[in-house]
Design a protein around this ligand. Sequence first.
Ligand SMILES: Nc1ncnc2c1ncn2[C@@H]1O[C@H](COP(=O)(O)OP(=O)(O)OP(=O)(O)O)[C@@H](O)[C@H]1O
Ligand SMILES: [Mg+2]
Length: 223
Amino acid sequence: MEKKFVLEAKGISRTYKGEVPVPALKKTDIAFKEGEFAAIIGRSGSGKSTLLRILAALDIPDTGEIYVEQKKISDLNDSELARFRRRRIGFVYQDYNLFPEYTTYENIVFPIHLDGRTEDKAAIEKLMSDLGILHCRDKFPHEMSGGEQQRTSIARALATEPAVILADEPTGNLDAENAAKVVELLRFCSEKYSQTIVMVTHDQSMASYADRIIRISDGVVTE
Ligand SMILES: Nc1ncnc2c1ncn2[C@@H]1O[C@H](COP(=O)(O)OP(=O)(O)OP(=O)(O)O)[C@@H](O)[C@H]1O
Ligand SMILES: [Mg+2]
């Protein structure tokens, strides 16, 4: 059976206003199927984070539409959008975006609690162990290395078991061994749980784990 698109962008553009406007994304069409593992690769400043934020509905494009599971994002009201983001999308921020006053464990379960649910403690600890951060369970972000914070941010995105995981340079701060572990875990999520993974990277060896490589250059996407 032909798999449906879970995430689709049609004609999206984004220009950052300012003294000199920056056209970061130019009329882009892109679509992802269920269970697909896609890598987005491109140079610094090419528009990767801009694209990912728009795909996650964290930023609004100037033109174009985003569809998630065939639903047009712009048709959702604020509370529908918030609920949808909480339940269906896991986002790994390039700069981790952890709460400084929360421990690793509290950061990871935060989106589950926000959604009014209770976490499966054993499952969370297994995820932390898979990512090699169980020893950081009760530490605060400022007590951890950049790589440990990055893996906490990945665990937080995976903990809600979202349909789509959007990860912005999830291995940017990791050594080769930990980077491979993270990408293998993402691959496992796509194969075992049919989660759709979109991973931004500038590392060709990380991109080679993906089913599909999308290139972006000066805000223009090519496959
Ligand atoms: N908030 C902003 N205001 C103005 N310009 C911005 C803003 N965010 C990004 N830009 C510009 O838009 C372009 C694309 O930025 P983006 O962050 O999407 O690049 P990137 O491919 O993720 O780069 P990197 O690999 O360094 O993370 C860059 O030229 C950047 O300077
Ligand atoms: Mg970026």
